[in-house]
Ligand binder design. Structure first.
Ligand code: SF4
Length: 305
């Protein structure tokens, strides 16, 4: 009997997460929507204002017609911060996989997953290592936060990571980011949210950069120097004048977020990744009794399973 109840709960979890994925494909997170409104209000160039107006019309129609805000619904990535006491911990991976299958059919989401080397589209939005799931275990807790992220092709293109010689210092990290923004920034449908990761190796820096995209817009790094770097990069990228959709304008970025971890004395790992104006990241939180709600999308109705 207990097993049957567990299976029923897991199935209900699949339904809720699939509907949350659909919701995030159609509605942008509250902070992104508010930032775009703010940028539209302060923009002075006529063409840029027209592009912002088109974005808002696009979002209005997406909501009205229940269709994704962009045709590229990405490859699904999940960042799971889960209490070790969460009763459904063992099932999460399977639940997320099932939720992607279900949301792909029902939303629907574009079929984007291609097996590498075999080079065929799986037709399900799942494949080897996809959906990508990154875990953070939270000892002593019983709740589970699931961050969803739709990594589109255009907004993934500017991503790069490297390891700098430490003597090159932070100015070299700034040059690395600026070089990437001036060459590939346009590919990602600006205004951009730029995630910068600093760490010991190329992969730790890359993961930090991705985490930076999950932070709320308007938040700042707790380290004063890192926060100053965020500010300087934001000023620098805005000064390039890319503007919305790369057509010129006062602002080019919704923000620059830096996430840093400690490094080896002989290395300075740096990575950059970006989110486009249609920054479809969301967070849904479950408690141990499966009461749930979203911290990013106020229009997503919470409930209990
Ligand atoms: S960069 Fe973003 S808005 Fe542009 S096509 Fe890709 S997912 Fe869509």
């Amino acid at each position: 009997m207990a097993d049957i109840n567990m299976k029923a709960k897991e199935s209900a979890l699949v339904d809720v997460i699939a509907s949350f994925i659909a919701h995030t494909s159609i509605r942008l997170p509250d902070d992104v929507f508010a930032k775009l409104e703010e940028m539209r209000a302060s923009e002075t160039e006529e063409r840029a204002i027209q592009i912002y107006d088109l974005m808002f019309e696009n979002m209005r129609l997406a909501k009205e017609l229940k269709r994704p805000t962009c045709q590229d619904t990405g490859v699904l990535q999940f960042f799971v911060r889960c209490g070790t006491g969460f009763p459904y911990l063992d099932s999460i991976e399977e639940v997320l996989n099932e939720a992607v299958l279900k949301s792909t059919k029902e939303t629907p989401l574009r079929l984007n997953v291609v097996e590498t080397f075999s080079e065929y589209n799986t037709g399900t939005n799942t494949g080897t290592g996809v959906p990508f799931i990154m875990w953070e275990m939270l000892p002593g807790r019983t709740d589970c936060e699931i961050y969803t992220y739709m990594a589109g092709g255009g907004c993934s293109l500017p991503g790069q990571s490297t390891v700098l010689m430490p003597a090159e210092g932070y100015p070299a990290a700034v040059k690395f980011v600026m070089d990437r923004m001036t060459t590939y920034g346009l590919n990602a449908c600006p205004p951009l949210l730029v995630g910068v990761g600093i760490g010991a190796t190329s992969e730790t820096a890359a993961l930090n950069a991705k985490h930076a995209l999950l932070r709320p817009i308007g938040s700042h790094n707790e380290n004063e120097r890192a926060a100053r770097l965020e500010e300087m990069l934001e000023e620098g990228i805005n000064a390039i004048g890319i503007g919305p959709q790369g057509m010129g304008g006062d602002k080019s970025v919704m923000g620059v977020h830096v996430v840093n971890t400690a490094r080896h004395p002989a290395t300075l790992g740096v990575a950059v990744t970006v989110a486009c104006w249609s920054h479809r990241r969301g967070c849904i939180v479950f408690d141990k009794d499966l009461n749930y709600g979203s911290t990013t999308h106020s229009e997503f109705e919470g409930g209990a399973l």
